[in-house]
Design a protein around this ligand. Structure first.
Ligand code: HSE
Length: 331
């Protein structure tokens, strides 16, 4: 396969490189694109050193089979036609096309077949918070329909990009040295704090991030599921956590739910309260699965169940999901 990565120097682009190598993805040729700032930087891949080219209009994607695009919505919009013109499949990590009717939005554990219908040659990778949630929801949906979800997220700095991760590190160092913290990538100081806002507010009082969870979940699950989300940025480096409450059509016992999670593709259960065992972002960073713990019955509603998930935002939340889509297409 001839592969292109657009946004190769970013946190997701770098993880894509690692995953293609680690998973022995059949790569014949690899072309890396980036901004003018990252052009010229070289990255090792399978004993070769590959230089990042600046993406410009007029670039030729002829011969490319799959282009992983992770350079922001503006770049995706501007280059989608160029990338797909000669038949390359564009797996797009931005939100530019996610809700378009003729663009499938795919999480391989949930709706892989959707990837096969792509009239524009574009497959969208969902938002990280949605991916993490639907992988867990699918386990339960397989045994009884989920009617409602209330979710609170605890989102790591990585969701705002590599420079935001550096900003969080800088803030810690600056505060320890009694210096004023740099505040550029986040609305406020994130170190020793949390920010109940991810992305911008829409006119219903929810943020764009929260509305993505509502809309994308319904599209991926082909469901009328109701989702109400509160998305919060926390001073964690690279794994998102979510406290999820669901209402199901029929009541579920904890044992039944635990068994469903244990069987589900892409899910690992870590849930032993007696031994203080539950997933935490520090332990999950760098891992592939969605980890589920703290599985409990709702105390006020017999059809209510609540649980806790943690997953690496750069891996399953972004790069890994994209690579799994490509692997599915090769089956
Ligand atoms: N929008 C997410 C975040 C990143 O800011 O955490 C999802 O890829």
């Amino acid at each position: 396969m001839n592969i292109a990565i657009v946004g190769a120097s970013g946190a997701v682009g770098q993880e894509l490189l690692r995953l293609l190598d680690e998973r022995n993805f059949p790569v014949d040729e690899l072309v890396l694109f980036g901004s003018s700032r990252s052009a010229g930087t070289s990255y090792p891949f399978k004993n070769k050193s590959i230089k990042v080219k600046e993406l410009v209009h007029g670039d030729d994607f002829k011969g490319i089979d799959i282009a992983f695009v992770s350079a922001g919505g503006g770049t995706s919009q501007a280059f989608a036609e160029t990338i797909t013109r000669h038949g390359a499949i564009m797996i797009d990590n931005s939100s530019a096309f996610r809700m378009d009717k003729d663009v499938p939005l795919v999480v391989p554990e949930v709706n892989p077949e959707d990837a096969l219908k792509r009239p524009r040659g574009i497959i969208a990778n969902p938002n990280c918070t949605t991916i993490q949630m639907v992988v867990a929801l699918k386990a339960i949906e397989d045994i009884t329909h989920i009617k409602k979800v209330h979710v609170s997220t605890y989102q790591s700095a990585s969701g705002a990009g590599a420079s935001a991760m550096r900003e969080l590190e800088d803030q810690h160092r600056q505060l320890v040295n009694n210096e004023p913290p740099t505040i550029d990538k986040f609305a406020y100081q994130l170190a020793f704090n949390l920010i109940p806002q991810v992305d911008v507010f829409t006119d219903n009082g929810y943020t764009k991030e929260e509305m993505k969870m509502y809309n994308e979940t319904r599209k991926i699950m082909h469901s009328d599921i109701e989702v109400s989300a509160t998305c919060v940025r926390v001073p964690v480096m690279r794994a998102h956590s979510e406290a999820t409450w669901i209402e199901t059509e029929r009541p579920l016992s904890i044992e039944e739910a635990r068994e469903a999670f244990s069987r589900a593709e892409g899910v690992i259960v870590v849930d032993n309260p007696a031994k203080k065992e539950y997933p935490m972002p520090l332990d999950i960073a760098g891992k592939d699965a969605v980890y589920v713990g703290r599985i409990r019955k709702d105390l006020t509603n017999e059809k209510g169940l609540t649980f806790w998930t943690v997953s690496d935002q750069i891996r399953k939340g972004a790069a890994l999901n994209a690579v799994q889509i490509a692997e599915y297409l090769m089956k």
